[in-house]
Design a protein around this ligand. Sequence first.
Ligand code: ZN
Length: 176
Amino acid sequence: MADEVQRVYVASVDEEDGDSLALGCFSSGETAWQVLRTFLKKSDQMLLKSSSVVVWDIDVIGEDGVTILSTMECKDCPVCGRRTFWMDLENFSALCHGAACAAWVEESTIEPGVIDCGWPPIQFLKQAKDIEEAFKELFKIGDQMKAISQVDSLAENEPQEMLEDFENQTSSESSE
Ligand SMILES: [Zn+2]
């Protein structure tokens, strides 16, 4: 009895042309998230629109049996330009799942209403008054990285090599 599955967690992604891709049906939410996150790392290789994790209660008829845990939308990353930037619109947070990037935007847990954003490869962290401003900050970094690299988007190992150049550039700029 104790081992009987009462709920299943289903992860899926939707392609731009409307097709839905099932990633599996799991006995724990953690596993479903893990599978989804791994998949999203390569989301720039496909044309994806959105993703979701839902939980189904077994033996419940109709809509009452399903609860949506998360839906996310796919965007081009403001920093690396790859289509690996996933936004959770409900409890606002966004993260680039692309290798060597991890640009993020999130409402501050300490100061509600304030939006934090960051780019871990250079330990960039900034507070913004709204989401728009946070994205502008990330786009600025993206532009600077592009200017340094002279290419439209970063290859997987390039950010590391560019960090020095970037740091030199910003330290001369931001002596406020
Ligand atoms: Zn990125």
